[in-house]
Design a binder for this molecule. Structure first.
Ligand code: FAD
Ligand code: UDP
Length: 363
């Protein structure tokens, strides 16, 4: 029987482990951390609040294939994510939408812009600001400049250390709508009991063994097949140079009050060192007379100093491709996941990728 080694017990590794196990194969999952769930890891703290250790995670997908796989393990609650941002002292909705227009501009300007947008675009359409910039229309160009300066420029400079390319800003397009939710996907929410429990359920199968505190670099045993969800440059000892990442630090504060802020995430595009503040008790409606917040700071990833969070995809394709060519020289070695594929995956993308790898390689 094929012996599979999966490196990484995050959502990618756990999805693939489950699929292989259900197909009757034996799987060993190792992770260098002392917990499963990778970046989705959460835990209940001493205040009875579920903390997302690596930052707020909200599950959302329109993909039926993903949902069909996940639903036996995840009972989603009815939480609907809302994000606000502090712009010129006004707390307003992000993504920028018709309600944001009304809160940041005087009525006459908001009205004019709204009419322009509705004349040109369908209601409920999502428009990246790059599209407004291309229009031969002074009002739309003004709006693009405003959103860029007030929403993206400061935040992205803190988050990425530079202005990111338009594929990153296109993740948060202007929404021609009054729907204040951050996501419109059919399936969304937080798994009841949290992500760690959800991933534990995925890994709970007689064909799956999990070994924590086990780094692949020092774990030298042979397996027929390796699925690697760590960073591909590390696997190859950085022979073409390190792949750059951004890293994050979350500074937790406990406050002696029921709530600290109006909703789970407030972005700070201007004026502050941190990019956003998370308040965790909103996610599972935790009952506590205290609250825990996390201020999120961004910096470059440095080996030995901090953890890899965001691949800096646009400017490092050639380097990543060099590693992919190297990977193709090895039989039965497959890279996947946010680090393995060096892609800005959300959780549903990570599951999709594991489903695809299983479909291709899982026999
Ligand atoms: P990871 O979770 O990084 O897991 C990889 C695992 O491999 C880790 O546990 C690591 O310890 C292990 N590993 C690495 N190298 C080795 C080695 N050499 N030996 C042993 N083990 C190793 N997605 C959403 O859908 N919604 C959200 O709201 C959302 N919010 C996010 C917020 C932040 C701040 C971040 C950073 C990401 C967010 N994501 C969100 C994305 C989500 O975290 C990822 O899609 C998901 O965690 C990817 O899972 P993964 O298993 O590929 O990687
Ligand atoms: N972004 C921004 N201002 C905001 C929200 C997002 O500049 O108020 C940019 C920023 O570059 C961020 C990217 O859009 O990294 C993607 O935002 P998303 O909310 O998807 O970020 P994530 O939750 O993945 O960090």
């Amino acid at each position: 029987m094929t012996e599979n080694l999966i490196v990484g017990a995050g959502i990618t590794g756990a999805t693939l482990a489950r699929l292989l196990a259900q197909a009757g194969q034996k799987v060993l999952v190792i992770d260098k951390k002392d917990h499963i769930a990778g970046h989705c890891y959460d835990y209940i703290d001493e205040n009875n609040i579920c903390i997302h250790k690596y930052g707020s995670h909200i599950f959302h997908t329109d993909n039926e294939r993903v949902w069909n796989f996940l639903k036996p393990f995840a009972d989603l609650n009815t939480y609907r994510h809302k994000v606000t941002a502090l712009i010129d002292g006004i707390e307003t909705t992000i993504p920028f939408n018709m309600n944001t227009l009304k809160s940041v501009f005087p009525d006459s300007i908001a009205q004019k812009l709204e009419e322009k947008l509705l004349a040109k675009y369908a209601y409920n359409q999502k428009i990246p600001i790059a599209e407004f910039k291309m229009q031969d229309d002074a009002d739309l160009q003004f709006l693009a400049r405003y959103v860029y300066e007030k929403v993206f420029e400061g935040y992205s400079t803190k988050q990425w250390g530079c202005i990111p390319d338009s594929s990153v800003t296109a993740r948060v397009p202007v929404y021609i709508s009054r729907d204040d939710r951050y996501f419109q996907d059919k399936y969304q929410g937080i798994p009841l009991g949290g992500y760690t429990k959800m991933i534990a359920r995925m890994l709970n199968h007689p064909n799956v063994r999990v070994r924590l505190r086990t780094d692949y670099r020092t774990y030298k045993r042979k397996h027929d097949r390796i699925f690697y969800t760590g960073s591909i440059d590390e696997f190859f000892d950085y022979k073409f140079g390190p792949l750059p990442y951004r890293s994050l630090t979350f500074k937790l504060e406990t406050h002696d009050k029921t709530f600290y802020q109006s909703n789970a995430v407030i972005n700070y595009p201007c004026n502050y060192d941190f990019v956003r503040i998370h308040e965790y008790k909103y996610y599972l409606d935790d009952k506590s007379d205290k609250t825990v917040i996390a201020k999120e700071y961004s910096e470059d990833f440095e080996l030995g100093k901090n953890d890899r969070y965001y691949p800096i995809v646009a400017t490092n394709q050639a380097l990543h491709n060099a590693y992919l060519v190297e990977a193709q020289k090895h039989n039965n070695l497959h890279f996947l996941g946010r680090l393995g594929d060096y892609k800005y995956y959300d959780m549903d993308d990570a599951i999709t990728r594991a489903l695809d790898v299983f479909a291709q390689e899982g026999r």
